[in-house]
Design a protein around this ligand. Structure first.
Ligand code: KPL
Length: 306
């Protein structure tokens, strides 16, 4: 029996906080979903979702990434940026030629690398601002309601509305918005993160502390000015002056530990190569030095954070 595209299951690659959040929301909408896990030892996994005093648990089938018994037409990739390309390559043999793929990585660079290896599939890229974390594997706390801004990567598919399977995803109750300029959205997030994340890792501080110390605040502003100059050259618009956007995010997330500081504390690799590193690479192609970004990346490397 052939399944209609709407009934075909979603597959999620990456069982971190965002992967578990999405899996739980798909199950809640009674949409079939599988989690793809390397060297899976179990056939299903219970995901616990918590948002303040709302709790629920759901069971999600687990698929090993080496399986040959599945055909994937709907894929969501929620791995770290540096894991995204190898993870997608590891399941590429399961993807149909018309598969629809949603990439939700931080930073920029990984999305284009995946699109280059999958020229036929339809790819949407997105930026997630929901605050969530795992208390244990598969136990996700949805601590801050945010948004997902999503759009198709391929310019000829620049529709104002999401196409078929993307529409199903866009209906999840996660304040999902569709854009025709997803790269500008991702660039704005990269620009903001590039002035916050690395500095919080360097000074081992909460986001809000970056604005409290005058010397550190000046570093934030210097990073913003360098990034803004590059974005101007690339003709990528921002919704406001970068320092204003960054100050707003710092104050709104004052009590947060940035994802980069959390990675450093957990002894994991950071995604800074896809944030500050991406901006430095773009500048280098144009023959421009970015002394503040370069200093930040170099100083973090000297401390052993990459
Ligand atoms: O996106 C973030 C991150 O930590 O990666 C911010 C907005 C800085 C919130 O912590």
């Amino acid at each position: 029996m052939t399944q209609s595209p709407n009934n075909q299951p979603w597959y999620i690659l990456g069982a971190g906080a965002i992967g578990c959040l999405l899996a739980s929301q798909l199950v809640k909408q009674q949409l079939p979903v599988n989690l793809i896990i390397k060297r899976a030892h179990t056939l299903s996994q219970t995901i616990h979702y918590q948002q303040t005093d709302l709790h629920f648990s759901c069971n999600v089938p687990i698929v090993d990434h080496c399986t040959r018994h599945h055909t994937i037409t709907k894929l969501i990739v929620t791995t770290k940026a540096y894991d995204a390309l190898p993870a997608v390559q590891s399941i590429a043999h399961l993807l149909t030629a018309d598969a629809q793929i949603i990439l939700l990585q931080n930073g920029l660079g990984s999305q284009q690398a995946i699109a280059n290896t999958l020229p036929d599939q339809q790819i949407a890229v997105g930026s997630v601002t929901h605050g969530c974390f795992l208390t244990k594997p598969f136990q996700v706390v949805h601590a801050g309601l945010g948004q997902i801004i999503l759009g198709e990567l391929s310019p000829q598919l620049n529709n104002a509305k999401p196409s078929s399977q993307f529409q199903q995803f866009a209906q999840l109750p996660l304040d999902i918005h569709w854009t025709t300029t997803p790269l500008a959205t991702l660039w704005e997030k990269v620009a903001i993160n590039s002035a916050i994340n690395g500095l919080t890792a360097l000074y081992q501080c909460k986001n809000g502390e970056l604005w409290q110390n005058q010397g550190v605040r000046q570093r934030v502003i210097a990073l913003c000015l360098e990034t803004e100059a590059i974005l101007k050259k690339l003709q990528i618009p921002l919704s406001d002056q970068l320092a204003t956007l960054v100050k707003r995010v710092i104050l709104q997330t004052a009590d947060n530990y940035s994802s980069t500081l959390q990675d450093v504390k957990a002894g994991k690799a950071t995604e800074l190569s896809y944030i500050n590193g991406y901006i430095i690479d773009k500048a280098q192609i144009m023959g421009i030095d970015l002394p503040h970004h370069q200093w930040l990346v170099r100083t973090l490397k000297e401390k052993g954070y990459s």
